[in-house]
Design a protein. Structure first.
Length: 134
C-alpha cells in the first residue's frame, strides 16, 4: 500500500464535519478517486442558486481536490453525476459540458435523496498516467 496516498482535506473544499468515514480523495497508483462533491463552499455552507450554480460548485470542489493531488480536471476519465430530479438534467448538463469540456466517460442517475438534501452530487476518477491519443 506504499503507492496509496490518502488525502483527508484541502482547505479549498467543504470540511468533512462531522467527519464521515471517507476521504475527499484517494490517490492509488496513477488514479485519483475523488469522493462525491456536493454544492457547498469551503466553509461547508450549502451554495444558494439554481442547479447550474450548484453544479458549478461541485465542479469547483473537484478542481480544488485535484489541484491538491497535483492534477487538474483535464485528467478526469470517468464521472458519476447524481441528481435528485432528472428534470434538472439539461440545466446541470449545460454547466457540466463547460467544466468537463474534454468529455470523459460519464454516468448520470437519479436518486431519491442526497446528503443534506442537495440536488446534485458529482464524483470522478482522474488518471495521472500517459493518456492515449485517439
Amino acid at each position: 500500500m506504499s503507492d496509496v496516498k490518502k488525502i483527508l482535506t484541502t482547505e479549498a473544499c467543504p470540511p468533512l464535519t462531522p467527519l464521515p468515514p471517507q476521504s475527499q480523495a484517494i490517490v492509488a497508483g496513477p488514479n485519483i478517486y475523488v469522493s462525491g462533491q456536493i454544492p457547498a463552499d469551503k466553509t461547508g455552507a450549502l451554495v444558494d442558486g439554481d442547479i447550474g450554480v450548484k453544479t458549478q460548485a461541485c465542479i469547483d470542489n473537484i478542481k480544488a481536490i485535484l489541484a491538491e493531488a497535483g492534477s487538474d480536471i483535464t485528467r478526469v476519465i470517468k464521472v458519476n453525476v447524481f441528481l435528485d430530479d432528472m428534470a434538472n438534467f439539461a440545466a446541470m448538463n449545460a454547466v457540466y459540458e463547460k467544466g468537463f469540456a474534454h468529455k470523459p466517460a460519464r454516468s448520470c442517475v437519479a436518486v431519491k435523496t442526497l446528503p443534506k438534501n442537495v440536488p446534485v452530487e458529482i464524483e470522478c476518477i482522474a488518471y495521472q498516467g500517459e493518456l492515449a491519443r485517439l
